[in-house]
Design a protein around this ligand. Structure first.
Ligand SMILES: *Cc1c(COP(=O)(O)O)cnc(C)c1O
Length: 403
């Protein structure tokens, strides 16, 4: 039976990506995958979490197995706020925090409660695909600002803001991943961050700072939060325990001005009443017993080696006029190949030869980036990184020769 007549128009907003379908098929085979975004399983603190989960259910089950307030379990929110203050996030007096089901829910909340159809919003170009997908369901005009090795080019943003203003249009918010950006791996310089905050004030917009990665940078890097530079209450700081504890607990947060967090709270109530209570109790203990701190140290050790291997392999195997930035953290590197290389067209061939990646185009807001690919280095093994990059290098050379 065909069910189309039962499916609402809104379902069209959530269309399946052909790339994702292809990757699903080939990843079931034994190919090297640079396509995912999973943490390395060896960073997941299985024993510590098993012990905590057992104790939490046994000793605090009355609360841990119950419903919780929509904003989150109060003791967990307190622990989280202390954790965030300790890593240099400025929490202002008028701020509040809401626990979300991964930061993904925070992105969905933005699209449900902040964006009106036709609003102008700004992201890096390229940007985090899951944010784009969430925002697009609210039908905004998305303005993509190009990046270089110091992150979002805020001088281009300034020009764009002026241009829009002269047309009587205003930008409602900027969404940014300032540290170890997904998909590019690029980190925004302090100068640019300050400029962005100045522009927010001058052009009256707010900023959503999505920061899953600053907790575990592998090199010296400035990880000053936009939230900390902000003195006008224009930044909402969004984060997640997915990369520093476990994505399976599905715990994220949004920290910002109470009026905005209250709006999120009301929308979240109708979505899921509250984020999993049990996860919040487990995470509270994991933070307090130092399990998150240990996971962070392990992640840094494991990922630094993998990052180095990938960057080295890229230098050895990529053709001239390729470009990438050595990331100080995160899970990804984006490679810009010479213009004539079409990474989407090349994917099936790469899969046949034993490696997959995500063609970069879908991360770009304007259909550009056909010559880019996103490579994940956290999940594959070190030897796989070497072999996989070699294979990609060979195929790209063949393409450039016209093969
Ligand atoms: C991994 C990642 C997240 C995490 O999403 P969760 O829903 O918390 O698992 C958020 N933003 C970016 C940019 C990411 O790369």
């Amino acid at each position: 039976m065909n069910y189309s007549r039962f499916i609402g128009k809104n379902a069209e907003l959530f269309k399946a990506s052909e790339i994702r379908e292809l990757l699903k098929v080939v990843e079931a085979r034994k190919v090297i995958s640079f396509a995912g975004g999973y943490p390395d399983p060896q960073t997941l603190p299985r024993e510590a979490l098993a012990k905590i989960a057992y104790e939490v259910i046994l000793n605090q089950g009355d609360k841990a197995l119950q419903y919780a307030p929509t904003k989150g379990v109060t003791v967990f929110r307190e622990t989280l706020l202390k954790f965030l203050r300790d890593v240099g996030v400025k929490v202002a007096g008028e701020d509040d925090i809401i626990v979300t089901t991964g930061s993904q829910q925070g992105l969905d909340l933005i699209s449900r409660t902040i964006i009106d159809p036709g609003d102008y919003i700004v992201t890096e170009n390229p940007t985090y695909l899951a944010a784009l997908t969430a925002f697009r369901t609210a039908r905004p005009n998305i303005v993509g600002i190009p990046v270089d090795e110091r992150g979002m080019r805020t001088e281009v943003l300034e020009d764009k803001l002026r241009e829009l203003r002269s047309q009587g249009k205003r930008v409602k918010f900027v969404y940014t991943v300032p540290v170890a950006h997904n998909p590019t791996g690029i980190t925004m310089s302090l100068e640019r961050k300050k400029h962005l905050i100045e522009l927010a004030s001058q052009f009256d917009f707010i900023v959503f700072e999505d920061d899953p990665y600053s907790f575990f940078v592998f090199d010296e890097a400035d990880v000053t939060k936009l939230k900390t530079l902000d003195s006008e209450g224009r930044v909402v700081y969004m984060g997640t325990l997915s990369k520093i504890l476990s994505p399976g607990l599905r715990l994220g947060w949004a920290l910002g001005p109470r009026q905005l967090i209250d709006v999120f709270e009301r929308a979240k109530q109708s979505m899921d009443l509250n984020t999993t209570t049990l996860s919040q109790f487990i995470a509270k203990e994991a933070i307090e017993r130092g399990v998150v701190a240990e996971t962070i140290e392990r992640a840094k050790r494991v990922y630094r080696v993998k990052r180095d291997t990938m960057v080295e392999s890229l230098s050895e195997n990529m053709v001239e006029n390729s470009w990438w930035v050595k990331p100080v953290g995160g899970l990804f590197i984006m490679v810009w190949l010479p213009e004539q290389v079409d990474t989407k067209a090349m994917l099936q061939e790469a899969a046949n030869e034993g490696v997959v990646y995500v063609p970069g185009e879908s991360f770009f807001v304007d259909g550009s980036g056909k010559n880019t690919m996103r490579l994940n280095f956290s999940y594959p093994k070190v030897e796989e990184i070497r072999t996989g990059v070699e294979i990609i290098g060979r195929i790209v050379k063949r393409k450039i020769r016209g093969g």
